[in-house]
Design a protein around this ligand. Structure first.
Ligand code: NAP
Length: 300
């Protein structure tokens, strides 16, 4: 099979290998510990050992406030010894409602230490700057990240929602490589393919972590999505014997920079069935058909 879909494990610097599909916790706001633990274990059992959360999760999406989702995850980890060792734990800091962003040395250090407390862990495997603070000099952000790493509080560093230039400016002040960048990327959000984000990943072997690979569910439901794109995804789904969502995830995994697709379902059956994306055969004509249906224009 000459599929473009890359189903191999991804390598994030010094961290243990992670599966090509990650489990994202933006919507992980159910306070029932049994429900939370079942979702987490379903993801892990499905090979999604990279768990992506953030200190701000819980602030929206039906949550009770800033820190809630990390708190739930921390309680789950505390209730099940051994679970922490199965996880490559990624979180983020730097969104500070209502400011809205703060990556100043004092704030970022306090945010990271608060995440450690809520997550009930000694170390964050991947610490990501959630959104760039336009009023923080990258040299200052780098000083904080160096210190947190020296102190053993974080292992690797990533960024999210950074332009390639913002990534490069921070990297210029760091003595270690940034291992990941987290843009939105899906069959309807193709920007990272053309704005330099994926080119930078290719140049420096940075791992792209694609958020909302189903466009928050719209690619599954079809809501607000160009009908040509839904028709194309359905055609491929029928051919491959999977569903439309699995084709959408396979498309994300087909980019040559080998992105990680961060899914966000709160439904155990859907989490499990997403792994069917790994067996999909997508060739060049298929991915270009998706791009052209997404944009509604033929490529020149
Ligand atoms: P997604 O996987 O694109 O969307 C998940 C949503 O789609 C859920 O509400 C899910 O509902 C729904 N869905 C899935 N399959 C469906 C189906 N067949 N029919 C109807 N609805 C369906 O991802 P996401 O949750 O938007 O984001 C994933 C992760 O990306 C987040 O958890 C977070 O880790 C990360 N993220 C990062 C940023 C950032 O700024 N860095 C921003 C957004 C997200 P069910 O729960 O009912 O399945």
């Amino acid at each position: 099979m000459s599929t473009l879909v890359q189903s191999h494990q991804r390598s994030l610097g010094s961290l243990p290998p992670v599966g090509p599909i990650a489990y994202g916790q933006w919507r992980f706001t159910d306070d029932d510990l049994d429900v939370a633990r079942r979702l987490l274990e379903t993801a892990l059992d499905s090979g999604m050992n990279l768990i992506d959360t953030s200190d701000v999760y819980g602030f929206d999406w039906g949550g009770t406030g800033f820190g809630q989702v990390e708190e739930i995850l921390g309680r789950v980890l505390d209730s099940a010894p051994g679970l922490r060792d199965r996880i490559v734990l990624a979180t983020k800091g730097g969104i500070a409602p209502p400011t809205p962003y703060d990556s100043s040395p004092k704030y970022l250090r306090a945010a990271c230490e608060a995440s450690l407390r809520r997550l009930r862990t000694d170390v964050i495997d991947l610490y990501q700057i959630h959104r760039p603070d336009l009023f923080a000099h990258p040299a200052d952000v780098a000083i904080t990240l160096h210190a947190l790493r020296e102190e053993g509080k974080i292992r690797e560093v990533g960024v999210s929602n950074h332009t390639p230039a913002q990534f490069a400016a921070l990297q210029a002040h760091l003595e270690f490589p940034i291992v990941s960048t987290q843009p939105e990327f899906s069959a309807i959000e193709l920007t990272p393919m053309r704005d330099g984000t994926f080119d930078q990943c290719a140049e420096h072997r940075v791992v792209p972590m694609a958020w909302s690979p189903l466009a928050g569910g719209r690619l599954a439901t079809g809501d607000g999505v160009r009908p040509e794109l839904i028709a194309e995804l359905d055609r491929l789904a029928e051919r491959e014997g999977v569903d439309r969502s699995q084709i959408a995830v396979a498309f994300v995994l087909a980019h040559p920079t080998a992105p990680i697709a961060i899914i966000g379902s709160q439904n155990p059956d859907r989490i499990r069935s997403t792994t069917a994306a790994l067996g999909v055969d997508l060739g060049r004509a298929d991915v270009y058909a998706i791009v052209q249906a997404s944009e509604g224009v033929a490529l020149p």
